[in-house]
Each structure stands twice: as C-alpha cells, then as structure tokens.
Design a protein around this ligand. Sequence first.
Ligand code: ZN
Length: 148
Amino acid sequence: MLPGLHRRGSHRPRPAGGRTVRHHRDVPAEPPPAGEPSTETCPGCGAVLAPAPGAALPGASPSCARLFEVTLRGLREETLDPAVAAVVRLADDAYAAQHSANGGRRPEHWRTTIADVAADLDVIDLRVLVESWARSVREDVAAAATRR
Ligand SMILES: [Zn+2]
C-alpha cells in the first residue's frame, strides 16, 4: 500500500520564454580606414596608382615599386636568353633613372612610366614597351639636362 499520493506534475517546467540562443555569426566587415587616400603619386616618376602594401623603394611609392616588380616578373624568369636579359637591364635602368634617390637634374614630367607600360601590356609586347619606355626616359633626361 502506498501512503499518500505523489502528485507529480505531469509536465516539467520549461525554461521561460522558450527562446533559442542565437549565435551571431555574421561579423560586420571592417570599414576601410578613414582618411586613407585612394591613390598615391609616385615621388619618382609621378605615376598615380592605387596604394599597394609593401615597402617603398628609395624614391618610389610602394605601388609603383610593386607594379614594376609584377610587370617585369615574367621577363626576369627568362634571363638566360641574352635578348631578354638585355630588355630587363633596359627596364632596370629606365626605372632607376626615374626613381633615383639622389637629386640631380630631373625632368619635371616623365612622358612614359611603368604605369604606361603596364597599361599597354595587353596589346603590345612587353619588350617593345620597355624599349620605347627606355627611349622616352633617355629623351626626357636629355631634355632636362639642356634646360636651364
Ligand atoms: Zn614610380
């Protein structure tokens, strides 16, 4: 015989509200840092480019240095070919002339920069572009040297 009655509730109390716990999964994207310029002008050749991460070379903006590196990368891998090696040297000289950290007489405006070379790369062979760039740099330098 069972003494007394166990009055048990037929149902268990539920956690109040019955809400499910939400996990916030979507992290808001970080806004771009305020005041960041959307372009930067290379102090050497004057090319206006979107800012790029990386180290600036002496006399060159990071974006310009990077563009030069990227544009020439393909040729640099082929320098066992003497003709290609000559083009790479030409490009290095042209770039160095436009970005020399030491003063000297410099053109106020370069007619051709690595930005022009990169822009035409889809339609014109890089070697041709480098040759015309190097020629234009020589002419700009010569013109600056005769100016007083
Ligand atoms: Zn530059």
